[in-house]
Design a protein around this ligand. Structure first.
Ligand code: COA
Length: 285
């Protein structure tokens, strides 16, 4: 494997057909290559390996996310060698070429987010459909369900959330997710490289996702006057599959015990946080 390189796709509209895999997208010509490659990796890992439905892999957050894809140069056989069956002698040698192939991806979801998942909640396609103890009807999933005295919503909102161990329920945070590395390339520091690249980018672009008063709309002008407009100050979250907790820990994240444990697509998840020091931005660079 040659030296991997990483490509960044900043938030962009995406004409994605949820039910179809990347290789069958009808609007592929208008979709950035980096996103097609991110979805190729995600389909391979989450859909084929972890049996998550293809249509649940893409979600409404994808167009507002920053995506990173890591590529490796691999030598691939284009035409196999031809041998003379009677002598076993190679008549034409194998022909190969070096190609860049996508081998890993991660995305960064800006704030606002839906409320923290319900402890014990059962989520399918981003919607709360039940709890480990009792079933809640799917129609209730996108509304509001009381949990430990706090409301949980699956829609992104600036409304205060329930406080957890590392989050006061109010501070804006960004969320890393959809971390995936193709199985043959695991155990070589690829995930670590992706996560650190995303963190470094966020640290050096701390105001990238801070909304202006105009974006927030008239009703938030009070926030501006009181100096409480959402501003990112270094807090990063992830919803980690339990089997991947160690990987996130190696990247500096800590499990948020107060957030609890829940199921996403049948896979147990926990919340984790990392706080980084933001770097002052150099304007015009
Ligand atoms: C989780 C995943 C992205 C890790 O990718 P990777 O490229 O193999 O990870 P890295 O090689 O960068 O490992 C980073 C660190 O975590 C450790 N690590 C990696 N996989 C681990 C595992 N399964 N259990 C414990 N530690 C692990 C590595 O040893 C390394 O530590 P080190 O730097 O001290 O040696 C990959 O296994 C994967 O795609 N899994 C399926 C999808 C998935 O679970 N995604 C996470 C969703 S939250």
């Amino acid at each position: 494997m040659g030296t991997p390189f990483i490509s960044l796709l900043e938030p962009t509209p995406l004409a994605w057909e949820r039910a179809l895999p990347p290789e069958e997208q009808p609007n592929a010509a208008s979709i950035p290559r980096t996103f097609l490659d991110a979805m190729t990796v995600r389909s391979q890992v989450f859909v084929r390996e972890q049996n998550i439905p293809q249509s649940n892999e893409y979600d409404a957050d994808d167009p507002r996310c920053a995506h990173w894809v890591i590529y490796a140069s691999v030598n691939q056989t284009v035409t196999p060698a031809v041998t003379d069956p009677s002598t076993g002698e190679v008549v034409r040698p194998r022909q190969s070429e070096t190609r860049s192939v996508p081998i890993g991806t991660v995305r960064l979801v800006p704030f606002p987010h839906p409320h923290h998942p319900l402890d014990g909640g059962v989520y399918v396609d981003g919607e709360l459909v039940g709890t480990a103890d009792k079933n809640i009807s799917p129609e209730d999933g996108d509304k509001t369900i009381d949990a430990e005295g706090a409301a949980a919503t699956t829609k992104a909102t600036f409304a205060p959330d329930r406080p957890t161990t590392f989050h006061d329920g109010v501070e804006p945070y960004v969320k890393l997710g959809r971390l995936a590395v193709i199985s043959e390339f695991r155990g070589r520091g690829i995930a670590r490289q992706l996560v650190h690249t995303a963190i470094d980018w966020m640290r050096t672009h701390p105001s990238y996702f801070d909304p202006s008063p105009a974006e927030l709309g008239f009703e938030h002008l009070g926030m501006e006057r009181s100096g409480t407009l959402p501003r990112w100050n270094g807090l990063i979250c992830c919803h980690a599959q339990e089997d991947a907790v160690k990987v996130w820990e190696k990247c500096g994240f800590q499990v948020d015990e107060g957030m609890g444990r829940w199921l996403e697509e049948g896979i147990p998840h926990v919340g984790m946080f990392l706080r980084v020091q933001v770097q002052p931005e150099v304007k015009g660079v």
